[in-house]
Every structure is written in C-alpha cells, then in structure tokens.
Design a protein around this ligand. Structure first.
Ligand code: G6P
Length: 606
C-alpha cells in the first residue's frame, strides 16, 4: 500500500526521498512522486510506474539543490493509475501526500465546488489539499486542526506549506507513520525499512497528534497544542536484513531465513524445557475464564490461524473460530469478556485486522496478538503481544512470518495447555522437544530446492491448479494456494480432499495439476483414496508426503518427500515446500516475484 517518506535536513532531499521510496517499493504501488523545496518554491515530479522511472524524470544534480521534501508511492484506490492522480497533490499553498482513504471526500468535494474550487485529479487526497488550503491563513497547525474534524476515514499525511520552507507537518489516524531524528536531519516514513539507514531508534507518531519536522528536531503536539515526548523504540535488525543478500529475490532469501527466524522466535521462550512468556509480559492467567477463542487475521496470517485452531482445540479443549478480519468486523460478532481474541499480523497495521481488534477491545474481550513489526498499531492496542522474531519481511508473499506465526501458536498452545492442566509437564516437555526439531527439519526441507525447481517447469504453462488435503494438510493447502496464485497468477483453489466429490472433481481433467498433501497419518488412507480419484481422471499429481512412507508410485507423477517429523510438525516443512513451489513457478513464468501485480505488502486501507 502507499508508501510515505519525508525528509528535512542537511543532505540532498531528492536522493533521500528516492532512496526511501525504493526501500518502500515492497509495499506495492503503481505510481510514485516527490515534492521538494527548491529556490523557495515547491517543485513536484510524479509518474506512473516504478521509482526508477521517477528517478529518470527527477533531474538529479551533483550538489545540494533541495534539503526538504516528501515522497510517495501510490497504490490506487480512488481514481485510476495516472500521472495526474499520483501524489504529491498541490492546491494553493498546500502540497501533500497521503496513505489511507478519506471516506467523505465526495461530500467535501461538493462543498468546495460551491466555493468555486475544483480538483484536477480524481483522488480523495487532492480534496484534502484543497480543504487545508481553504482553512490556511498563515498558521499551518491551525489549518490542520480545522481540517481534522472534517475528515472521515484512515489517513497518514505529510504536508508542505509553501510559506514555510524546510518544514514538514505530519498527521495520522489509522495509517502508520514512524519518525526519527539523525545526523542527516529529520525523517518520517510509513515504516522502518525506509528509516533504518538513518537510525535504529525511532518513534511511532501517536494518532491525531501533529508532528513538525525541521532540520534540528521533531516536535509533537496534541490537538490542544500540548507538546509531548513520544516513546522511543529500537529495531533489533539492521540494514543488511532488509537487503537481498545475494539472493535473486527477497522471497527466496526469506524462505531460506526460516530456520533462523524460527530459532529466534522459539528458543528465547524456552525455560527449563517448558514454554515461558515472562519476558513477553504475558501472564499465566490470560486464559482464565475464557470460554471461546476467536482468531482473526487476513491473507496468509489468517491461514496461520487455521493451523492454530487445530492445535488450540486439540490441546486446550476450548472452541476456536477462525475469522477473516474483513468479514468478522461487519458481522456483529458475539464477543464478551469471556472471549479471547487472537489477532495475527506480520505488519501489525492491516486495517481490517486492526478494526477487528478495536471491536474486541470495545467489547472488553481479552486480546492477544502475534505480530512481527515492533510497536505497530496492532501490537500497541492489544492487551498482550507475542512477537514473531522474523526480521523484516520484504516480499509481498509472506513466508518466514507465516512459519514464525505458526511457532507462536504452538508455543501458546503448549504453554496454556500446561497451565490449564489439559497436558502434563512431561507431555509439555515432549511437545517442546518436538517443536525444536522443526528447525533442522525446515533446514533439511530447503535442500529440496533444486528438485522443486525442476517440478515447477511442469506448472509454468498451466492456467488452473488444485491443492487438496485433510486436517492440518487442508489448512496448508489454503496457504499453498494463496501463495501460488498471488505470485504466479495461476488460478488455484484449495479443497478439503473429502469435498472433492462435491464439486471440484468436475474440473479435474487430463493434465490439471493437483498438489496433494498427505502428511497426516490419521487420514492418510482416506487421502490416498482421494488421490486415486483425481489420478483416475488423469490429473498431474504432485504428492507431498513424509519421506519414510512407502507409496504406490502409480498414484503420482512427482513426489516431494518431507524429512521425518511428527504429524503435528509437518505444517512447517510442508509450508517451505509450498513456498518453493510458488516461487519457482513464478520464476519460470518470468514474473515479478517480490512485487506481484495489484498486491500490496501492508494493506492499510479497507
Ligand atoms: C497482504 C499481504 C499478505 C499478508 C496479508 C496480511 O495481503 O500481501 O502477504 O498475509 O496482507 O498482512 P499482515 O501484515 O496483517 O500479516
């Protein structure tokens, strides 16, 4: 989703803005632009397409021509993808960039039209520039404060006022903004990936507070003009973590980082062979009085929830529902103080997940989140947070965050099953030993890379494909399917294998690939029968199963043999295989693996 960068300081702003936008590219966008002070006026350069096209368009000089500006990558919501709709937008003395959606923009537009003011673009953002300009009488803060009550929706703005060179005003409500002051000057951005070059210390701009960035410092005031000092946060990764490190794509790098991210997420939480959340500040009483668990999330994070449900219900014996956050928030859900809402999010900023969390908070449910980005909105607004230590995830398709989320769900299950007495201490110790075996098991799975790459040459020209599985394998099928469709653009569906006869089998014809997951011994024979059914219709079967099983070779075309692990641990190794299948299929189709068309990494608008 839209990326924001603002800089005022002692270096060439254009370079810093373009570098910042390049770092934010991973969020997903279709146009880009910058505006900067130059000779006491504001110049704007914007274009559809990539940041590299913007760089070509912006005339870069060797010396310093500007030291203050704002930059934006736009992911179109209101108004098509065009140069004119790209940000920044200027009206009168105001130039701004925006991430979010102003829901009442049409009403504001009508009011402004009555005053004889008309926009040139089709965006909600330009309307805000017009509104601010109409309120501006030489005092930027006063104009912003007048505009706020008129704005409905989520937003993060960086604003330049032509009367105040070298100053940037910022405001947010819902959409993220983080800022730091470094020796180069003051920098603000949508996320840390654009700031890390300057500082590992930063703060999250509190909602409905106004930040004023100058070369010397950043001041933050509330809407009554009271100055406040935001809490400083520290990132525990450095710039190299956000680079490709020799891999052709971020996604491949992140797939290979999984043993490490699992290690960092699991190991610090083991004490005396048992799970321990003391350092996370999660008390043992979290599940006291809880009669129902709801897991809510979007995309891949929601698929982690599907695995979590199986684990939690199996060992805690508490009913668990998994809900897509965008559905959950509008279905008048039954939530009360005996409900525990678990939200899962890599970014911690997904608009629908955040809204679901706020709904649960409003109903006084207990809230626990599993989040990767420290200090993000979801983390801050949850009663408790269990961080995944996956480091920055840049590829749009989530990989290492997913398996780290799974590991958190397993830790939660084991810890609270022990607290609730549904498992014994020795059982818990045994489960924890098993959990640690996934680290070498995933490492071993990643040695299958070349074999999986070869199999993918058979998928690259296909247009439809199915994933089938039962139980945990069905949850993994959902994840495999989304991974493949988002980056290879092949239509794919995940089906509970037992449901085949109720629909999908009519679509299985000669050569249609069926990726069959058969890792669960309890339903293994049933699964083999389902595979025979698709085989009988001449499907191209790719079987994923444990390596130590004897399988009739007549039922598959290709077999991917997982390293040995207990049934309950196969989601980790299976996930790695499915990620590689999606990755190499996309590579063979010659697509942009890391930034698939139309998709965004961090979905900060509804
Ligand atoms: C987007 C991303 C997905 C991600 C989902 C949820 O759709 O492309 O990879 O799974 O958002 O994001 P979150 O940050 O909440 O995990």
């Amino acid at each position: 989703m839209c990326g924001i960068i603002g800089f005022t300081g002692y270096s060439e702003a254009k370079n810093i803005l373009l570098e910042g936008l390049a770092a934010l590219e991973y969020r997903g966008y279709d146009s880009a632009g910058i505006a900067f002070f130059h000779d006491n006026r504001i110049d704007t350069v914007k274009t559809t397409g990539k940041v590299s096209s913007l760089r070509d368009k912006a005339v870069l000089s060797a010396g310093i021509s500007s030291t203050c500006g704002i930059g934006h990558t736009r992911w179109a919501t209101h108004g098509g993808v065009s140069d004119i709709n790209s940000h920044p937008h200027t009206f009168g003395k105001v130039t701004l960039i925006h991430n979010g959606i102003i829901e009442n923009y049409h009403e504001l537009e009508t009011e402004l039209a009555a005053l004889g003011k008309f926009p040139v673009s089709q965006t909600d953002t330009e309307i805000v520039a017009m509104l601010l300009d109409s309120f501006y009488e030489g005092d930027a803060v006063a104009a912003i404060k007048k505009a706020i009550p008129r704005l409905e929706g989520a937003y993060a703005f960086c604003i330049l006022f032509s009367d105040e060179p070298e100053v940037i005003y910022c405001l947010r409500n819902g959409s993220p903004l983080v800022a730091c002051h470094a020796k180069e000057g003051s920098v603000i951005a949508s996320d840390m990936v654009a700031l890390i070059k300057y500082s590992r210390e930063y703060f999250v701009l509190p909602e409905l507070h106004i930040a004023r960035l100058t070369k010397e410092n950043i001041t933050v005031t509330d809407l009554n003009d009271n100055a406040m000092t935001p809490k400083m946060l520290y990132v525990d990764w450095d710039m190299t973590a956000a680079q490709k490190g020799g891999y052709p794509h971020y996604m491949l790098k992140e797939i290979h980082e999984q043993p490490e991210s699992l290690r960092s997420t699991i190991m610090p939480r083991i004490k005396n062979k048992l799970p321990d959340f003391t350092a996370d500040g999660i008390p043992d009483q979290v599940f006291d009085g809880i009669s129902r668990i709801i897991i809510t999330a979007c995309g891949t994070a929601m698929h982690a929830g599907l695995v979590g449900r199986v684990m939690l219900e199996r060992l805690l014996r508490i009913p668990v529902a998994v809900e897509i956050a965008s559905e959950f928030r509008y279905q008048d859900p039954i939530i009360d103080k005996n409900t525990l809402l678990i939200t899962i999010s890599q970014s911690g900023e997904t608009a629908d997940t955040l809204a679901a969390l706020r709904l649960a908070n409003k109903h006084q449910a207990a809230t626990l989140s599993i989040v990767n980005v420290k200090g993000s909105s979801i983390a801050r607004e949850s009663d408790y947070v269990l961080y995944t230590h996956a480091g920055p995830e840049i590829a749009v398709a989530s990989t290492k965050a997913y398996t780290a989320q799974l590991s958190c769900l397993y830790l939660i299950t084991y810890h609270f099953a022990l607290i609730r007495g549904t498992i014994t201490e020795s059982e818990c110790t045994a489960y924890m030993e098993q959990l640690q075996t996934i680290i070498p098991a995933v490492e071993k799975t990643l040695t299958l890379t070349d074999a999986i790459n070869k199999i993918c040459t058979n998928l690259a020209d296909k247009e439809d494909l199915f994933f089938i599985g039962r139980g945990l394998d069905y949850a993994l099928s959902c994840e495999g399917s989304i991974k493949l469709k988002e980056i290879s653009y092949i239509h794919s569906e995940a089906y509970a294998a037992g449901e085949l006869k109720h629909g999908t089998l009519s679509l299985v014809t000669e050569g249609i690939p069926v990726i069959a997951l058969a890792t669960q011994s309890k339903v293994y024979n049933k699964m083999i029968s389902n595979i025979r059914e698709v085989r009988a219709r001449d499907a191209l079967v790719i079987l994923i199963t444990n390596g130590d099983l004897e399988v009739d070779s007549a039922i598959y075309d290709y077999r991917i043999a997982l390293p040995h692990s207990d049934d309950v641990m196969t989601p980790f190794t299976t996930a790695a295989v499915l990620q590689l299948l999606a990755y190499y299929t996309s590579v063979h189709r010659g697509l942009n693996v890391d930034q698939p068309r139309n998709l965004a990494k961090s979905v900060t608008v509804e």
